[in-house]
Design a protein around this ligand. Structure first.
Ligand code: GLY
Length: 372
């Protein structure tokens, strides 16, 4: 790659930061801009599950993308940790138990047996043999031994330190007002600090992305999906594995806390937490792991997942705007999809063949659907 090639990445969440790091490794000069501080929105509100099996309910292209990213994860985090000078993202390889909540949930889970990989079905006593703290009355479910986890706040610190070491130009508190066109190509961004120009512009601004692309006729039907979470602490350890059931998961973190998540609400850009929602989450968690009933309350927060109407991310170069790449809409899987997304964007920027067919995720699919 010609070292004079340059890119501006709009949106400093996990996806934007991962893209910048990957491009810098490929020799592309990068400027990363964000309307606020880096890694402050969905990226650090996330739970950190690398749940390629637990989170995906159908076989197909999206499942394959998630599985590939999961396979890249350990090496990706090790590399970032090395570049950062040793900042650990707290990768934990303990797997996830997905227990059925009721008969209908069990039927739906069992229907995945035809296609799901990397999973074993266990009856209730098999699940309790792995995690004895689970309630006596639980149903059967899946053990996903390779659905690991990271701590999103620590991953953010690792990525941020790596980006500084890699020489990324970072402009925080610099909102992007619009894209600039020169000679028929997207060539830059108008920001609160003036115009920035580059060979490639990448929009990875989560639920804030459509406002930048819409003036160019690129509709990205996206919407924020609020997730409220709580964190609790117990006197003695409760589980080593993440325990997941319909509408609730409990993730043991390295600092001895348990993250309990998450609601899924379409409430605009409202990030307030509500007692009714977090207490319902806690009640569900304590039904599954009764020791959590007496846990110490640590905190609560909410993040806005970037949702899309068909549940697929937008990833590719829109035909209406040469020079532009879109990488957003990862919904519940932004942490998981960071390494694969970064690699694919790097391949688009450097003109290499992408390792995965991006057709199902292409931003043009909205236009095609409108014509059909
Ligand atoms: N990936 C977990 C969540 O979005 O709640």
């Amino acid at each position: 790659m010609n070292s004079t090639t340059s890119a501006i990445i709009i949106g400093g969440g996990i996806i934007g930061c991962a893209i910048a790091s990957e491009l810098l490794r490929a020799g592309v000069r990068c400027t990363l801009i964000d309307k606020g501080a880096l890694l402050q929105e969905a990226s650090t509100a996330a739970a950190g599950m690398l749940g390629a099996q637990v989170e995906i309910h159908h076989p197909g292209h999206f499942y394959e993308l998630c599985r590939w990213s999961q396979q890249l994860y350990r090496e990706w985090t090790e590399q970032l940790q090395r570049i950062s000078g040793g900042v650990s993202p707290q990768y934990i390889n303990e797997g996830i138990l997905r227990t059925a909540w009721d008969e209908e949930d069990e039927r739906e889970l069992r229907s995945r047996l035809g296609w799901i990989q990397d999973a074993e079905w266990l009856e209730a006593d098999g699940l309790r043999a792995l995690e004895p703290a689970m309630a006596a009355g639980i149903r059967g479910g899946f053990h996903f031994p390779n659905d690991h986890q990271v701590h999103p706040v620590h991953l953010a610190k690792t990525l941020q330190a790596a980006l500084y070491k890699q020489g990324c130009t970072i402009r925080e508190w610099t909102p992007a007002f619009g894209l600039i066109e020169r000679g028929g190509r997207i060539a830059g961004v108008r920001t609160s600090e003036g115009e920035l120009l580059a060979d490639h512009v990448i929009v990875s601004a989560g639920a804030w992305s459509p406002a930048l692309t819409a003036p160019w006729g690129i509709e990205l039907p996206m919407f924020p999906v609020k997730g409220q979470c709580i964190s609790v602490r117990t006197d003695a350890p409760v589980t080593r594995k993440t325990v997941f059931t319909k509408g609730c998961y409990i993730i043991p973190k390295q600092d001895g806390t348990y993250l309990i998540g998450a609601t899924q609400e379409e409430a605009g850009f409202d990030k307030r937490c509500h007692v009714s929602a977090v207490s319902a989450l806690h009640a569900k968690a304590a039904k599954l792991l009764p020791q959590l009933a007496q846990a110490e309350f640590v905190g609560t927060w909410a993040g806005l997942r970037p949702g899309t109407r068909d549940g697929l991310p937008f990833l590719g170069a829109p035909s209406k705007a040469p020079g532009l790449i879109v990488a957003t809409g990862q919904f519940r899987n932004g942490i998981l999809l960071a390494p694969a997304t970064a690699k694919l964007v790097m391949q688009l920027v450097t003109g290499s063949r992408t390792e995965l067919d991006l057709t199902p995720f292409h931003p043009d699919r909205v236009l095609a659907a409108a014509v059909d």
